[in-house]
Write a protein that binds this ligand. Structure first.
Ligand SMILES: NC(=O)c1ccc[n+]([C@@H]2O[C@H](COP(=O)([O-])OP(=O)(O)OC[C@H]3O[C@@H](n4cnc5c(N)ncnc54)[C@H](OP(=O)(O)O)[C@@H]3O)[C@@H](O)[C@H]2O)c1
Length: 260
């Protein structure tokens, strides 16, 4: 079989590519910059909104949609008709939003879909790198408890779904426990050998900053979600161990791998 990997230069995609290659699967990647393409795979240069050439002749696709807006998704997935599609989604897809819209568009073009709904990726914490080196991370809702996911667990799930009979499955992909954002910062500080603490940022200031990055609507919904996680932590799912046979990787280990 041949598998097309989108987002192949990204955090999850790069592991999907190398794990598939190790498993002896033929891989094609879609990249915007061929200089960044992994070695030993078939390379197609292009944009994710135009999958026609990249999808030609492939059996399966690892799909992500790297936008906060679903505009253009229906046309983008049209070339995936009838193929196996494993989409990196989000837990919030159950309430619609961009991830829900992408799932619906995928369902319309194929019956062989898997949705990997993650709570949040641990790689989000890389955005704190500079602040952590200075010892203080400012952000809203330090007591929000998140079950962040190691990107390798997403890749393991994806490879399993891409290479076996896994049609019409929605998996909830989480870390092994929910820990506060303040604790995440502390653990990264431990990994670095430099104490790091959380400093609560006023919500209005956070809203302005986030709106600049992801748009006002998305920022408002993210803030509301984090606020809810102070009282009710993100869930912990057993889907990683059920599908891959190994437990989900701990945030502490992720921090050591990325910050020491
Ligand atoms: N962060 C979270 O907590 C969270 C939660 C739920 C779901 N997700 C999903 O996870 C996705 C990110 O996955 P990731 O961490 O593996 O990726 P990532 O590290 O964020 O990298 C994004 C990838 O997408 C590629 N890309 C971006 N725009 C593109 C375009 N217009 N055409 C073609 N390729 C494009 C990038 O290629 P270049 O090298 O060319 O930039 C890169 O390979 C998000 O888009 C989101 O939908 C994230």
């Amino acid at each position: 079989m041949t598998v097309l990997v989108t987002g192949a230069t990204g955090h999850t995609g790069r592991h999907v590519v190398s794990d598939l290659v190790d498993a002896g699967v033929r891989v094609r990647v879609l990249v915007r910059d061929t200089a960044k393409a992994p070695e030993g795979v078939d390379v197609v240069r292009g944009d994710i909104t135009d999958l026609g050439e990249a999808a030609e002749g492939v059996d399966a696709v690892y799909l992500l949609w790297p936008f906060f807006d679903p505009k253009g998704i229906e046309a983008a997935v049209e070339p995936l008709k009838g193929k196996k599609v494993v989409y990196l989604s989000a837990m919030s897809a159950e309430h619609g939003g961009v991830w829900g819209d992408v799932e619906n568009a995928v369902r319309k073009v194929t019956d062989d879909w898997t949705f990997l709904r993650v709570t949040g990726l641990a790689t989000n914490a890389l955005g704190w790198a500079e602040q952590i080196r200075n010892g203080v991370v400012r952000g809203p809702y330090g007591q929000a408890k998140r079950s962040l996911v190691h990107e390798r667990d997403v890749a393991d799930m994806a490879v399993k779904a891409l290479t076996s009979d896994h049609a019409r499955q929605t998996n909830l992909v989480t870390g092994p426990e929910a820990i506060t954002q303040a604790e995440q910062v502390r653990l990264i500080g431990v990994a670095l050998g430099t104490p790091a603490v959380w400093e609560e940022q006023p919500i209005a200031e956070a809203k302005t900053e986030l709106s600049r990055q992801m748009g006002a609507e998305f920022a408002a919904s993210a803030l509301g979600y984090w606020a809810s996680l102070v009282e009710e932590p993100e869930p912990v799912s057993l889907d990683v161990v059920r599908v891959t046979g190994h437990p989900a990787r701990a945030f502490e280990d992720w921090a050591r791998e990325h910050f020491s």
